[in-house]
Design a protein around this ligand. Structure first.
Ligand code: HSE
Length: 427
């Protein structure tokens, strides 16, 4: 009988989900794959979170797993880049297959870890590191193998998508929605990673290697989070037929790969706009597939555990059948487009005094910087400052940003720091 002996390290949100599903679905997993999954050891700081029926497997020393002769596959679910790094290295050095959901570590140290795996003739499964339950890694690696990726747009962070949805639909404020996401187990230990776009950038960097066959580190990505988004921006977007989403974007351009994680206004009728709460989505265009979209739960215990288990069995099958062609996750650096040179449409919100010449001054600065206005709106108001909303045609990001910096220097007319957001209409 085919079997795989695994050791699980880390019993947090995802680790406990993995235990729960394997325990419940053992028979089904065997019937579907012909492989028996045996949990040999489980490691965490203490066994307080562990059901007593697993206590005989418990250890607080992870080396008992990574160095065990009996274990074939190490499942690292600690997260972060300190202990988890030591664990992953030790597992690979001891020629174990490695399954992980650790996007931060693979994004930072992936080259070293994938090279180590290759030298030991083992593989690393990281389906759960991007898009939770969605089989996005496998889809890119095998389902789209004949294609060249042209663009990829992802809602890659459940916490921020949850916050933006709650702010729009339930008029919640930012902190209320964030603490609810944390309570539901979506957020990273440090929520800055979520709200400042770092988690999404880690995931985008992993996807870019696979999709564009190019090594991308998070330093190559322009990153902005959602902390500058207020309820007012969300309402303005709605009134313009738009919705704000935190998107991870990678696009092939003549200047190289354009890479960004930032809040973007998108048309309400675009499929990405309908993706709500903790759902994640990867929308892409490739040479042969045309536009396609994968959607599913991107965070949470059982959805993420479902992807970990899919990896345990996929790599068990490859190991058992002694698949000689190792998967290639090593890529070379390629050309990256400079963020200032990239072109986009922009939404600009200014708060100004209501006096003669204000509009003239603003439009003059934009015109001088080659930024063409596509619409401008000031609602009737007796109170100053008044809100001016400008939408631009496609313009160079650098020109828009320098215009806004110049406009904001006019402290006599600009009463609050201006806000700009990119607007993607997919045309
Ligand atoms: N904090 C992540 C999110 C969890 O909110 O999407 C899954 O990576």
């Amino acid at each position: 009988m085919n079997h795989i002996n695994i050791g699980i390290i880390g019993l947090g949100t995802v680790g406990s989900g993995v235990l729960e599903i394997i325990n419940k679905e053992k028979e089904k997993l065997f019937t579907e794959t012909g492989i028996q999954v045996n949990i040999v050891k489980i490691c965490d700081k203490d066994n307080s979170k562990l059901d007593s029926k697993f206590h005989s497997m418990f250890t607080s020393n992870w080396k008992e797993i990574t160095e065990s002769k009996e274990i074939d596959t190490v499942v690292e679910l600690i997260g972060g880049n300190t202990v988890a790094y030591e664990v992953q290295k030790s597992a690979l050095e001891n020629s174990k297959f490695l399954i992980t959901a650790n996007k931060a570590l693979l994004s930072e140290k992936g080259q070293e870890l994938f090279a180590l795996a290759k030298s030991k003739n083992v593989e690393i499964g990281f389906e759960a590191s991007v898009g939770g339950a969605i089989p996005v890694i496998r889809s890119i690696k095998t389902g789209l193998v004949s294609n060249e990726f042209l663009s990829l747009y992802g809602i890659l962070n459940g916490t921020t998508n949850f916050i933006l949805t709650k702010m729009e639909e339930e008029d919640m404020d930012y902190f209320e929605a964030l603490s609810l996401a944390q309570k539901l187990g979506f957020a990273e230990q440090d929520p800055t990673f979520d709200v400042e776009g770092i988690d999404a950038a880690h995931k985008l960097s992993l996807l870019c290697g696979l999709a564009f066959k190019q090594k991308v580190s998070i330093e190559d990505i322009s990153i902005e989070g959602i902390s500058k988004i207020s309820k007012s921006e969300i309402k303005q977007a709605k009134s313009l037929g738009l919705r704000i989403k935190l998107l991870g974007i990678a696009k092939k351009t003549e200047q190289g790969l354009e890479l960004r994680v930032s809040p973007i206004m998108i048309p309400l009728d675009h499929p990405l706009a309908s993706v709500k709460f903790e759902m994640n989505t990867i929308y892409f265009e490739t040479s042969y597939s045309g536009p396609s979209m994968l959607m599913g739960k991107g965070a949470g215990s059982l959805p993420t555990a479902s992807a970990v288990i899919a990896d345990i069995l996929y790599y068990a099958e490859r190991k058992i059948n002694k698949n000689s062609a190792l998967e290639n996750n090593l890529f070379e650096k390629g050309k990256i487009a400079s963020s200032k040179e990239t072109e986009a449409r922009f939404y600009i919100r200014l708060k100004t005094v209501d006096k003669p010449g204000v509009l003239g001054l603003i439009t003059n600065i934009l015109g001088k910087n080659y930024v063409s206005i596509s619409s401008i709106r000031q609602n009737e108001s007796l109170n100053e400052p008044v809100e001016l909303i400008i939408l631009t045609h496609k313009s160079k990001a650098g020109n828009v940003i320098s215009s806004i910096d110049e406009i904001d220097k006019h402290k006599d007319i600009i009463k609050e720091k201006s806000i700009y957001l990119r607007l993607e209409d997919f045309n």
